[in-house]
Ligand binder design. Structure first.
Ligand code: GLC
Length: 550
C-alpha cells in the first residue's frame, strides 16, 4: 500500500495546462500575456491546481506559436517580460502553484542564433549542431520522409549546399543530439529555468531526438509519394542513453518533475521510460489519443472505434504504471480537438459530456492534467472556411486531404473535426465582448455560445461543469484513496460505462461514467458500503451520468 508521505508533491496535485496566447490578455492586443496568467492564479487555486504547465513563451518568430524557439533565455515581447515571468513564478509559489516550463529540445527556430551560425558554412563551430546531409545524386532530398506538418522533412540551405532535417515545419530545424555540446547547451537551458524556480518541465516531442544510424527511404504511405518521418525516427534505440544523461544533469537532486511528450512509446515500453529505472517521472504517451484518430494521424482518414477500444488502452497504461512509475491522465491539450467531441461519439449536451469526462480525469490513478477550458465544457469551434484557421498543421492536413482525393467540403470537415485550433480559441471568462479575454479582437474567435459558456456564469451555477470540477478537486484532496489508491478496472467489456475501483488499505472508491446517450446499469454490489457523492439511483445511470462512490 502506497504511503501518502512517500508520494511527491506532483503526484498529489492537479496539473493545468495554459496556452498563454489564448488565456488572458492584459495588453489589449488580442493575444494573451504572462501577466494575464498571474491575474488568474486564484482561479486556478480554486480548481486545486498545484502544477501549472505553460506552453512555450520564449522569444520566437511564432511560426508554430512558440514551439519554434529563437532564444530559450528570453520571453517573447508579445507575452511580456522576464520580470513578469519571475513574478508569475513567485506569486504562484505563494499559492502553492508551481510553474512548469515547456522545453522544446528536439528543434529550435531557424532564427535561433545556433542555427543561423550552423547554416552559414560547413566549417563553423556549430556546423554539426543540426542534422545536415548531402542531396541524393539527382539533387533531391536525402530521403523521402514527410515532416509531421506535411511536405518533405528536408529543406535546402543555399550557403551550405546541403539539406537539413526538420521533423516539424521547415522553420523548426532538428538539433543534433549526437553532439555533446548540443546536449550540454540544452541541459544549461533546463538548469537556468530550474534555478529560477520552475517546478518541473514538460519536454516536447522527445521521442524524435535520436536519429537512426542510416538514413534510408521509407515505404510510401500517401498520395504525395512520401513516408512519414515518424516511422523512421520515433523512439530510435539509444534514445534512453541521452535521456539518462538529461535526467542526471537536470532532474537528480531537485524536487521537480519531468513529463515527456512521447508519441511512439507503447504501454509495454513504459517501464524503461518512467519510474525507478526510467528517465522521466511521467510520460504523455499517445495510445488513447490515437483511438479516435486514424493511426497514421492523417485527419481525413476514417476511423471506427468503440468504448472498449479506448478502455483497453487506458487500462494497459494503468497496468504498466501500477507498480513502477506514475501516469499523467489527460483528455485534452493544445494539440487536440475538444474532448467532448473527440472522445464522445454520442448525442447529448456538452455540459453533461464534460462532466462525465471530468469524473474520469479526476479520479483515475495518476496526476490529472486539465487543459484550459476543459472545465467549462467547450465543444469544437465553428469554422466555415480553411482561411479561418491559424494553425500550420491544419492547413497542411487540408492540402493533404485534397491530394488524397477528398473534395473541399470533405477536407474542411476533417479540419473542423481535428484541428488543433479547436483547443486554441480564447478562454471565456465572462459574457462581455470577447468573453473577458481581451479588449481587442482576439487572434482566434471566441465560441458562438460564449455568453452562456464562461467562467462567471458557471461559477454561479452549481450544476455547471466548472462547479463539478471543483467538487471533484475537493474530493480528491479529502480522500487519499483517490490519490494513492490502486486502480482496478470494472465492467471491462461494457460498451457504455467506463468504471473502475480505487483501493487503499481499508478505503475504497468506485467511479462510473456512462459515456453513452442511453441509460446504463451496473451491479449495486460493486458499491456496497459506499456512499455516492451526489444523488443517484443505485444500479442505474442516466445518459452521460457519472458518479463517484466513496
Ligand atoms: C509538440 C507540441 C506541438 C508542436 C510540436 C512541435 O507536439 O505539443 O504543439 O507543434 O511539438 O514542436
Amino acid at each position: 500500500m502506497a504511503n501518502l508521505n512517500d508520494l511527491a508533491w506532483w503526484q498529489k496535485t492537479i496539473a493545468y495546462e495554459v496556452y498563454p496566447k489564448s488565456f488572458k490578455d492584459t495588453h489589449g492586443q488580442g493575444t494573451g500575456t504572462i501577466a494575464g496568467i498571474t491575474e488568474k492564479l486564484d482561479y486556478l487555486a480554486k480548481l486545486g491546481v498545484g502544477a501549472l504547465w505553460i506552453t512555450p513563451c520564449y522569444k520566437s518568430p511564432m511560426v508554430d506559436n512558440g514551439y519554434d524557439v529563437a532564444d530559450y533565455y528570453a520571453i517573447d515581447p508579445s507575452f511580456g517580460t522576464m520580470a513578469e515571468m519571475d513574478e508569475l513564478i513567485a506569486r504562484g509559489r505563494e499559492r502553492g502553484i508551481r510553474v512548469v516550463m515547456d522545453l522544446v529540445f528536439n528543434h529550435t527556430s531557424n532564427q535561433c542564433p545556433w542555427f543561423v551560425e550552423s547554416s552559414s558554412s560547413r566549417t563553423n563551430p556549430k556546423a554539426d549542431w543540426y542534422i545536415w546531409r548531402d542531396a541524393k545524386p539527382d539533387g533531391s532530398a536525402p530521403t523521402n520522409w514527410r515532416s509531421i506538418f506535411g511536405g518533405s522533412a528536408w529543406a535546402w540551405c543555399e550557403e551550405r549546399g546541403q539539406y537539413y532535417l526538420h521533423t516539424f515545419a521547415s522553420e523548426q530545424p532538428d538539433l543534433n543530439w549526437e553532439n555533446p555540446d548540443v546536449r550540454q547547451a540544452l541541459f544549461d537551458v533546463a538548469n537556468f529555468w530550474a534555478n529560477k524556480g520552475a517546478g518541473g518541465f514538460r519536454i516536447d516531442a522527445i521521442t524524435y531526438i535520436k536519429k537512426p544510424a542510416e538514413f534510408v527511404d521509407g515505404p510510401v504511405d500517401g498520395a504525395d509519394g512520401m513516408s512519414a518521418v515518424h516511422a523512421a525516427t520515433a523512439n530510435t534505440p539509444g534514445i534512453l542513453a541521452f535521456l539518462r544523461e538529461f535526467k542526471a544533469a537536470v532532474r537528480d537532486g531537485r524536487d521537480i518533475f519531468m513529463v515527456g511528450e512521447a508519441n511512439g512509446v507503447a504501454a509495454e515500453e513504459l517501464g524503461d521510460w518512467v519510474g525507478e529505472q526510467g528517465v522521466f517521472d511521467m510520460l504523455f504517451e499517445f495510445n488513447h489519443m490515437l483511438i479516435p484518430m486514424h493511426k497514421s494521424e492523417v485527419w481525413c482518414r476514417k476511423v471506427e472505434w468503440t468504448l472498449t477500444d479506448l478502455k483497453r488502452v487506458l487500462a494497459a497504461s494503468q497496468r504498466a504504471t501500477a507498480l513502477n512509475g506514475w501516469y499523467p491522465m489527460f483528455w485534452e491539450n493544445h494539440d487536440q480537438p475538444r474532448s467532448t467531441v473527440n472522445f464522445l461519439q454520442c448525442e447529448g449536451a456538452l455540459a453533461k459530456k464534460a462532466k462525465a469526462l471530468g469524473t474520469v480525469l479526476l479520479t483515475m490513478r495518476g496526476t490529472p492534467f486539465m487543459y484550459q477550458g476543459e472545465e467549462l465544457g467547450y465543444g469544437n469551434a465553428s469554422w466555415d472556411s480553411i482561411d479561418e484557421f491559424d494553425d500550420l498543421s491544419t492547413r497542411n492536413q487540408y492540402e493533404f486531404a485534397l491530394r488524397e482525393g477528398l473534395d473541399e467540403v470533405g477536407a474542411l470537415a476533417a479540419c473542423v473535426r481535428y484541428s488543433r485550433d479547436n483547443a486554441r480559441t480564447p478562454m471565456q471568462w465572462d459574457a462581455s465582448e470577447y468573453a473577458g479575454f481581451s479588449t481587442a479582437k482576439p487572434w482566434l474567435p471566441v465560441h458562438d455560445d460564449y455568453a452562456t459558456c464562461n467562467v462567471a456564469v458557471q461559477e454561479a451555477d452549481p450544476d455547471s461543469p466548472l462547479s463539478w470540477y471543483r467538487t471533484l478537486a475537493t474530493l480528491r484532496s479529502e480522500h487519499p484513496v483517490l490519490v494513492a489508491g490502486d486502480w482496478t478496472e470494472l465492467m471491462a467489456d461494457d460498451e457504455q460505462v467506463l468504471a473502475f475501483e480505487r483501493t487503499w488499505g481499508n478505503e475504497r472508491a468506485v467511479t462510473f461514467a456512462n459515456l453513452s446517450d442511453k441509460p446504463a446499469a451496473y451491479d449495486p454490489a460493486l458499491v456496497e458500503g459506499l456512499t455516492p457523492i451526489v444523488a443517484t439511483t443505485l444500479g442505474t445511470l442516466a445518459p452521460l451520468e457519472s458518479v463517484v462512490f466513496v
